[in-house]
Design a protein around this ligand. Structure first.
Ligand code: ZN
Ligand code: ZN
Length: 350
């Protein structure tokens, strides 16, 4: 197995510069306490945190600051990282998709297919969604957004339980997103990330305040995106180069998503072997068959998904499976709850 460097972090956060409750120093110390290697913040429609110089290293935490774009109807939320200036607020989603791509920045479609249970959903939180994801510029999407999933799962009936146990509901990414994602990847590459979408707001609508719900540190211990990078990241490297390495790794899909609540997924690996060549997540291997391999930190249910369908299932700490060509990813479950979700590996005949 090729040695790769693993960097664990959280994507998508809001500070006081938009509708979050935390200042940058507070958020940074929460991320350090949660032992994140990197954090990607994204306030709505502003790069103020970046302009004020909060990006870069804080002890062992690397902070990158982008922003979350919305259209004039407050739909089609799109995270953009790597821009130095915000785009015009009048832009439609088609215009900002193109602008982010043209500027070589990283774009991530946020909470892409969010929906609500029409009878039981909480009042005052209409879904914010993408009416269609079929734009070639959409190359990275959030497959598991903690906050969006909480809103989707919280109803008038279970709201008290969900407020007191904010991470307990989130058992797996939504089926609708995973189906779209697999189907899209059969035609073209679309990478997935996990996100927290942390605001640390006090939820007044439920009639009482609970101090800890959705606090930054709690959220940083939920959905994480693990990046696998060939070369170690050095603090002596210029900040913009380090950002580029992180953005490229996300863009290429050399990553997997974990829910820390189900366990620490550090050390998990998934790759394919064709003769003595290793194919990593996000890559294509050219052959009629390959061996899929995985190392899982704890005994778990390992589901091999091929072309969008469960192909193989085993309770194990190690996967070693001969497979024909196809589009593969893994889902790892513990106690019937989702723990790890990988990006795809493609095995293709020439
Ligand atoms: Zn949003
Ligand atoms: Zn957001």
């Amino acid at each position: 197995m090729i040695k790769l460097n693993e960097y664990i972090g959280c994507i998508h956060g809001h500070s006081v510069y938009s509708d979050g409750s935390g200042t940058y120093p507070k958020i940074i110390s929460a991320a350090i306490e949660a032992e994140l290697d990197y954090l990607m913040m994204s306030d709505h429609m502003t790069l103020q945190g970046k302009d004020e110089g909060f990006g870069g290293w804080h002890q062992n935490l690397f902070l990158s600051i982008g922003y979350e774009i919305n259209d004039p109807e407050d739909q089609h939320h799109y995270l953009a990282f790597g821009l130095n200036k915000t785009l015009p607020e009048t832009y439609s989603h088609k215009e900002y998709l193109k602008a982010v791509k043209d500027k070589n920045a990283l774009g991530i479609a946020a909470h892409p297919l969010e929906e609500r249970d029409s009878k039981n959903s909480l009042p005052g939180f209409p879904p914010i969604t993408w009416r269609s994801l079929d734009y070639p510029e959409i190359e990275v999407i959030e497959i598991w957004n903690m906050m969006s999933h909480w809103l989707e799962s919280t109803t008038l009936k279970n709201r008290y339980w969900n407020v007191v146990h904010p991470r307990s509901f989130s058992t797996s990414p939504s089926k609708k997103i995973m189906q779209w994602w697999d189907k899209a990847n059969i035609k073209r590459k679309v990478t997935g990330v996990g996100s927290v979408d942390v605001h640390a707001k006090k939820i007044k609508i439920l009639g009482f305040f609970s101090k800890a719900i959705f606090d930054y540190k709690i959220m940083f211990k939920s959905i994480r995106t693990h990046l696998l990078i060939d070369k170690p990241i050095l603090k002596s490297t210029p900040v913009s180069n380090t950002e580029q390495v992180i953005f490229n790794t996300i863009f290429q899909g050399k990553s997997f998503i974990s829910n820390y609540r189900r366990g620490d997924a550090r050390g998990f690996r998934f790759w394919a072997e064709i003769k003595d060549k290793e194919i990593q997540m996000g890559e294509i291997g050219f052959s009629r068959r390959a061996i899929l391999r995985a190392i899982i930190p704890e005994i778990s249910i390992c589901k091999v998904i091929r072309n969008g369908k469960v192909f193989y299932l085993q309770e194990t700490k190690e996967l070693n499976l001969k497979v024909p060509e196809g589009l593969y990813r893994l889902e790892i479950e513990r106690d019937e709850r989702g723990w790890i979700y990988t990006n795809h590996i493609r095995i293709k005949e020439f």
